[in-house]
Design a protein around this ligand. Sequence first.
Ligand code: GLU
Length: 324
Amino acid sequence: MSEAITEPNAQSAEPRPPSTGAGRFAPSPSGDLHIGNIRSGLLAYVRARQTGRRFLWRIEDLDRVQPGSAQSQLEVFAELGITPDEPPLVQSDRLDIYAEALSRLEGQGLVYECYCSRKDIQQAPSAPHSPPGAYPGTCRDLLEPERKRHRQRLHEQGRAPALRLRTDHAEVTVHDRLLGEITAPVDDLVLKRGDGVFAYNLIVIVDDGTSGVDEVVRGDDLATSAPRQAHLASLLELPQPAWLHVPLVVNADGRRLAKRDGAVTYQQLRALGWTPQDVYAWMGASLGFTGAQTSWACIDDMVTGVDFDCLKSSETVFVPPSGS
Ligand code: GLU
């Protein structure tokens, strides 16, 4: 059986068929990664290695960018023994690809302009039978003269319409390797925001589908996005990835870990004396492994030691060490 070889350093903006599948880590370069983000990224790497997939890195830089942060995130992973198998994919280099995906949806008659502000949406009565928090459909069926009036109004306010996907709010179910079935109604989600930025759900699935990512491993705060992304993948005739959402790391109050919780970033922990081995040991304990199972000296030991079938399924509380 012959298999196409992918040049390790050949980066191309064009969709390309993978030689084998890939996993990925896709952090937003909005600051230093905390131990919870790092854990999700390490697990994505471990899983890719265990399953013979390439490990890709994506810089999701269309929103909330802190200069230097993408580079420093890569450096943290390099210190932990992880280098992606290909140069990172940078979303801001791929606007043409997202525009093409959007026009494919437009060609199917599935895109409409939305003139609502956040406040308009909050104040609108929700449509009957629509899921809580779903877009109430205010702009869905407007006639052209009304659209013209709204466009003009927004233009005068220096705003532009957002673009939304026309859906029938059908429920979509995906299978997650850890969580089982995830079912969610898919509403008229935003494809391009009023400020011209392509929306997360669209670009993520376009990126995964065009870079050969066939298994998505990420934090379970994004699990409910998977049905939307799967729906978009099927409309765009992109391959459906497999899903594996891992539990989050939370603070002592049970809330998502955040910078304000104290020493939570790799750099902060390093400054307090943590070594990469301390990070692996914490990872192991936090994932429910004990004793000798977690005396990992390097990332390869973690690849050998993590058993996804025995992963602790509950959240992990991280109590930041104090400075003295
Ligand atoms: N960029 C997103 C984040 O940092 C992750 C996107 C994804 O993994 O689908 O939360």
